[in-house]
Design a protein around this ligand. Structure first.
Ligand code: NCD
Length: 310
């Protein structure tokens, strides 16, 4: 099935073959992302970015992807500057936006907002994060980074560390890794475990999943360590956040017990969960991960808007 015209709301909307197609196409996009080749694949296309939550990487990598392939963006980067602040419903706002550009990228604090937006829009909607729900385009670039750093996506042992409860990147990534047959090790503070719904879904998929609260044990023979930030903005009360803040931190001492080829990823922004001293070790792949957001989003945009990515 072609990705042309499709909504990407959850990573579950994509098959393993479709995910592989995007990753493969992203490699063809590297010279355009690096700026060594001028792209025209999206000449004349307009992408609408509607961001109702803070973002640096996601929004700017979508904008960069469009700009380097000849397309343009129109952007709401702050709910306060849109008519939502006048009481317009999200449904109406999205319906209006779908009259302008060729596709809509939405980030919103409410889980389910992207699904609602897809109903309101007659243009494709790409979910760039809906509350503690899903973040499927992040998963595509997470997988592309693993593929590049490890050389394969099959047979991986991946530790998911941190805020597995509110971390939407993890909710999407866990499903995709299960599709590729990865072994998952969940490591989180007890109050921030993976939601039951996500865990049950992984079990139904037949995924190999274990829990290991002891960090040094969790990472011992892992190929990838995926670190996440505690999602402070999703906590109902600050005292609850204070109880878990700073409860894990990756530094050189922690990684001393890991495989020499362990790849450390993080969707960023980081707070204190990865010590800066890790940045110049061969383990650190999180800044490469940031860069790969551009070719991966280029590939996805080309496929959704034009049906091909050359
Ligand atoms: C993530 C997000 O927004 O969910 N950031 C991102 O898109 N790279 C992770 C986070 O905010 O912790």
């Amino acid at each position: 099935m072609s990705l042309k015209g499709r909504d990407i709301i959850s990573i579950r909307d994509l098959s393993r073959e479709e995910i592989e197609e995007v990753i493969k196409a992203s490699r063809r996009m590297l010279p355009y992302a690096e700026g060594t080749k001028a792209g025209h694949q999206l000449d004349g296309h307009v992408l609408t970015l509607a961001f109702f939550e803070p973002s640096t990487r996601t929004r700017l990598s979508f904008e960069t992807a469009m700009a380097r392939l000849g397309g343009r963006c129109v952007t709401i980067a702050d709910a306060g500057t849109s008519s939502l602040s006048k009481g317009e419903t999200l449904y109406d706002t999205i319906r209006v936006l779908s009259a302008y550009g060729d596709a809509i990228v939405l980030r919103h604090p409410n889980e389910g907002a992207a699904r609602l937006a897809a109903q309101a829009s007659n243009k494709p909607v790409l979910n760039a994060g809906d509350g503690a729900g899903q973040h499927p385009t992040q998963t595509l670039l997470d997988l592309a980074t693993m593929q590049e750093a490890v050389g394969t996506l099959s047979g991986l042992k991946v530790v998911l560390l941190g805020d597995l409860k509110y971390g939407r990147t993890v909710h999407s990534l866990a499903h995709a890794l299960a599709l590729f047959g990865a072994e998952l090790v969940l490591s989180s503070p007890p109050s921030l475990k993976l939601p039951d719904e996500v865990r049950e879904h992984l079990d139904e998929m037949g995924a190999k999943v274990t829990e290991e609260g002891q960090l040094h044990r969790a990472i011992r023979d892992a190929d990838v360590l995926y670190v996440t930030r505690i999602q402070r903005e999703r906590f109902g009360d600050e005292a609850e956040y204070a109880r878990v803040a700073g409860s894990y931190r990756i530094d050189r001492a922690v990684l001393a017990g890991a495989k020499p080829r362990l790849v450390v990823l993080h969707p960023l922004p980081r707070t204190a969960e990865i010590a800066p001293e890790i940045d110049d070790t061969p383990h650190a792949a999180y800044f490469r991960q940031v860069f790969l957001g551009v070719p991966v989003r280029m590939a996805l945009l080309c496929l959704v808007l034009t049906g091909k990515a050359q």
